[in-house]
Design a protein around this ligand. Structure first.
Ligand SMILES: NC(=O)c1ccc[n+]([C@@H]2O[C@H](COP(=O)([O-])OP(=O)(O)OC[C@H]3O[C@@H](n4cnc5c(N)ncnc54)[C@H](OP(=O)(O)O)[C@@H]3O)[C@@H](O)[C@H]2O)c1
Length: 301
């Protein structure tokens, strides 16, 4: 009997992302079935409902995807789904809430590539500012840069208490060492940028967070990367297609949203394929996304 590849797609929210459904089908799943209202309370039961009916031989033919918008909740759900497995009844699980794990991995891997190519250096000891550091992509990008040895500021507009709480939670949940920084206006941004080697713009789509004047105040800047593909650019002077293009007359190079998006697409596609082809259960979170992003980026040369 030929068995279909089935992906059960769980989200705590009201709907599963059509982006993720498309990605799953394009990566070879025959069926991608969305379930809403699945969170830490019921993911164990939902996982066990998914694993028993097809028998241990169909392990590679059944998978679970965890979406939603909350990076911490998704990490908890991934751990709980894994705990609910009853070997040999065990299937692969991948989490990518709001596309943040794969986008952040693509962002950090493309920056790492340009640090090496344009400046013969890496993240170790570098000062990284994540503008939009309270969002899903920003928190994970900050955690990944920190794991690579950078000193990371996660920016926040809500005040010092919120900034500290968010970076503490990010550090605890994602094995990182970031610091929160409050940036509410251009003067505060310029003051932090003066000490910044790498700026990552991860704020909401369609919002410019670093203008020309602010970027010019970043005299030590090596790389400026922007994940926002919706005009205006998140960082003025960085085009969506840029991948290592010098910014103005500075030594800094820019990376735009579509250059990052191309890597993100490949990372998510390959993670889904890996779930189907591994032959044994795999558990894929933000660290596995980072390893995959480095693989994809290495192929770019
Ligand atoms: N290129 C790709 O492949 C790709 C893939 C996925 C997502 N994205 C992009 O990645 C970005 C981040 O996604 P997300 O889901 O993490 O975003 P999000 O949750 O919508 O926003 C991230 C943060 O942006 C901050 N923000 C909003 N307006 C701001 C402003 N004027 N100044 C400073 N900060 C501001 C918010 O912080 P507060 O807490 O201060 O409000 C929010 O926490 C989006 O632009 C999205 O389109 C790109």
């Amino acid at each position: 009997m030929t068995r279909s590849y089935i992906l059960h797609m769980f989200t705590p929210g009201r709907q599963m992302s059509p982006f993720d459904v498309n990605m799953a089908i394009d990566a070879g799943y025959d069926m991608a079935i969305p379930y809403c209202d699945v969170d830490t309370k019921n993911i164990g039961a939902m996982t066990q409902d998914a694993i028993f009916s097809r028998g241990p031989k169909s392990v590679a033919h059944t998978g679970i995807f965890i979406g939603g918008r909350d990076v911490v909740q998704a990490a908890e759900m991934l751990a709980l789904a894994r705990k609910a497995m009853v070997p040999p009844f065990e299937v692969s699980v991948c989490a990518d809430p709001s596309g943040s794990y794969t986008t952040a991995a693509a962002l950090v891997a493309t920056v790492e590539r340009q640090l090496r190519k344009a400046h013969q250096t890496d993240f170790a000891g570098r000062r990284v500012l994540v503008v939009g550091g309270s969002g899903a992509v920003g928190r994970i990008a900050g955690a990944l840069a920190s794991q690579l040895g950078a000193q990371v500021w996660l920016s926040n507009r809500s005040g010092s208490e919120a900034a500290a709480r968010l970076s503490e939670e990010t550090n605890r949940c994602f094995n990182a060492l970031t610091e929160g920084v409050v940036i509410r206006n251009s003067t505060e941004l310029q003051s932090v940028l003066a000490d910044t080697d790498i700026v990552l713009a991860t704020a909401s789509a369609g919002v410019q967070v670093v203008g020309e004047a602010e970027r010019s105040s970043a005299r030590k800047l090596l790389v400026a990367a922007d994940v926002n593909a919706v005009p205006p650019a998140g960082i003025e002077g960085v085009g969506v297609m840029d991948d290592g293009k010098r910014i103005g007359s500075s030594d800094a190079v820019g990376i735009g949203a579509l250059a990052i998006g191309n890597v993100k697409y490949q990372v998510q596609h390959r993670l889904f394929k890996r779930m189907r082809e591994a032959g044994k259960p795999v558990y894929l979170g933000f660290e596995e996304a980072m390893a995959m992003a480095r693989e994809v980026v290495a192929e770019l040369g």
